[in-house]
Design a protein around this ligand. Structure first.
Ligand SMILES: [Zn+2]
Length: 309
């Protein structure tokens, strides 16, 4: 085992602390009055010191200034993401935690320090470093690492005009544990089906009057309208009548993609179920499948299907 592989994620993350994380990035535009107007309009801030030149001249500022809280705005990258070769510290840190399953992200804290007001014409440059990494910690969202970065904003002469501490939690989304309350009791019409699943049987409803099979369970025969029914135990042989391969949206706790099929039972009705133990791209219409009782991601046993052996 190499030295790198033997170190824990927590140890490897500590190597980023105190080192550059992003930038220096120069703002796309200098601080300017049109953007200040858009910002104060959006915020509903009517203070004339931001927009009224003659008022601002008479104020303590001696001219128009930008709201202090606009600090971060000026160096934002806009809607088109900057290209990265994946080798910058931020990309390396993020791929390191992602690779260990900490794929969730949520911002938890933001503190800003303003050293002076910004004025039209100021051209900001931001650079950041990793201030601290703590973890793994258990949180309500799942186990994760708190990553705090310190952004330093400088003007065109190199003077520090503001700072921002930004903390995120990178977490491993926890799989919800099955709770009794998650699984509603089956309705009366389908209780026999779920009792069958518990007993390892695939029970299919049958009209007692005309013998027609039906699934999912329902109170009335679609063919003869009889309310009388019993059930058969299916052999568990069938074939794929139709299917989908699900990629997105991601279903918590599941591995993607996965295949869901409409299976024609040998006995003559159809049932929807996951197709497992096969690469989803290998599922085909007409493929022979056999029944297997397997737990889903919430720990509930379901009739599922795998290629017939
Ligand atoms: Zn019938």
């Amino acid at each position: 085992m190499t030295q790198t592989a033997s170190r824990t994620l927590a140890e490897r993350l500590q190597e980023f602390v105190g080192k550059p994380y992003g930038g220096p990035t120069v703002a796309r535009d200098p601080v300017n009055e049109p953007m200040i107007r858009h910002l104060t309009d959006a915020l509903g801030d009517r203070n004339p010191v931001y927009t009224d030149e003659s008022f601002a001249k008479r104020s303590v500022h001696g001219g128009i200034v930008a709201p202090a809280t606009s600090l971060q705005v000026w160096t934002m990258q806009g809607l088109v993401p900057r290209r990265s070769d994946g080798e910058d510290p931020q990309s390396r840190l993020m791929s390191m935690v992602d690779a260990e399953g900490y794929v969730g992200v949520v911002a938890t804290n933001c503190e800003q320090i303003y050293h002076r007001y910004l004025r039209p014409g100021d051209l900001l440059t931001v650079s950041s470093e990793v201030e601290s990494v703590t973890g793994p910690k258990t949180t309500g969202l799942g186990e994760g690492y708190f990553i705090t970065t310190l952004q330093t904003y400088r003007d065109q002469s190199g003077e520090v005009v503001g700072e921002m501490r930004f903390r995120i939690l990178k977490f491993k989304p926890s799989t919800p544990k099955p709770k009794k309350s998650d699984i509603p009791p089956p309705p009366r019409d389908s209780a026999f089906f779920w009792e069958g699943v518990e007993a390892g049987e695939l029970r299919i409803q049958r009209c007692s009057s005309c013998g027609t099979l039906r699934h999912p369970p329902r109170p009335l025969c679609w063919k003869c309208r009889s309310k009388e029914w019993d059930f058969i135990v299916a052999s568990g042989r069938g074939e794929v009548y139709s299917f989908v391969v699900h990629h997105r949206p991601e279903v918590p706790g599941r591995t993607h993609p996965f295949a869901v099929a409409l299976v024609s039972l040998a006995e003559g009705t159809r049932i929807v179920g996951n197709v497992i133990d096969v690469d989803p791209s290998d599922v085909r219409i007409g493929m022979g499948v056999e029944l297997v009782f397997a737990d889903n991601e919430r720990g509930r046993t379901l009739p599922q299907w795998r290629p017939a052996r």
